[in-house]
Ligand binder design. Structure first.
Ligand code: PEP
Ligand code: MN
Length: 264
């Protein structure tokens, strides 16, 4: 299999603009859950870049549990995000939720994100694979490691090369946290696959006070980077406020990571 260590022994390493992914360097991707306005994403980009983050996240098409919740700004959001990324010299990553969106997204996006809810949307994986652009593939809500790697296989089989796997917690019986971070999936996947693995401690925990310890644990377990949610005013965030870091917490996270290993 294309994702396996048998197929490729060495860790996959690739660049997204100025950012090197994989191969013993830690990368921090951060930004709001959703792009809410031009001002908001510019402010977020400033927070991320000045603390040492190197890539900007933000959803424009949000897969919300309720159809009455904020669904994202769509193409307008992509436009603001691209502007913010360019202004601060950061590539941007955003989620795609349907195959036809490739057309409108390709001019704005550096890394396409496949969300947990779409990990096994095989038609989406095929279309995105054929696009040949970098993809972050989140682990599904209840996906086994085998299923997750087979989803990556779809992307590779259809032409994608630059793939980041992202552990973002799985459904368990525990209710104190939104999901349970499967910390052991990191060494397991690093052994089975050459693909870089990131951890998303924001969606894994659902609670901002747990994001720093859980994120650091992910790094110690061997993750190649983190993707985290940060916002200038988390209580007023349009989505995922309770798990979103305050700017000061984000700065602390990056200082703590620096102690473990220098961030590039
Ligand atoms: C997100 O990154 O905003 C998101 C919806 O993540 P996940 O797909 O992991 O739930
Ligand atoms: Mn979110």
């Amino acid at each position: 299999k294309l994702a396996s260590r048998e197929f490729k022994k060495a860790d996959s390493v690739f660049s997204v603009g100025p950012v090197k992914i994989g191969g013993n360097r830690l990368v921090v991707i951060a930004g709001p859950c959703a792009v809410e306005s031009r001002e908001q994403i510019l402010e977020c980009a400033d927070i991320v870049a000045s603390a040492g983050g190197v890539m900007l996240r933000g959803g424009a098409f949000k897969p919300r549990t309720s159809p009455y919740s904020f669904q994202g700004l769509g193409e307008e959001g992509l436009r603001y995000m691209k502007e913010a990324g360019e202004r601060y010299g950061m590539p941007v990553i955003t989620e795609i939720v349907a195959p036809h969106q490739v057309e409108i997204m390709r001019d704005y996006v550096d890394v396409f994100q496949i969300g947990a809810r779409n990990m096994q949307n095989f038609e989406l994986l095929k279309v995105l694979g054929a696009e040949g652009r970098p993809v972050m593939l989140k682990r599904g809500l209840s996906a086994t490691i085998e299923e997750w790697l087979m989803a990556a296989e779809y992307l590779l089989a259809h032409g994608a090369e630059d793939i980041i796997l992202c552990e973002r917690g799985i459904r368990t019986f525990e209710t104190y946290t939104r999901n349970s971070l499967d910390i052991s999936s990191i060494p397991v996947v690093k052994k089975l696959s050459h693909l870089p693995v990131f951890v998303d401690p924001s969606h894994a925990t659902g609670l901002r006070d747990q994001v720093i310890p859980v994120g650091l644990a992910g790094i110690v377990a061997g993750a190649d980077g983190l993707i985290v949610e940060v916002h200038p005013d988390p209580p007023r965030a349009a989505s995922d406020g309770p798990q979103t870091l305050y700017p000061e917490q984000f700065e602390k996270l990056l200082r703590d990571i620096e102690v473990l290993s220098p961030v590039v």
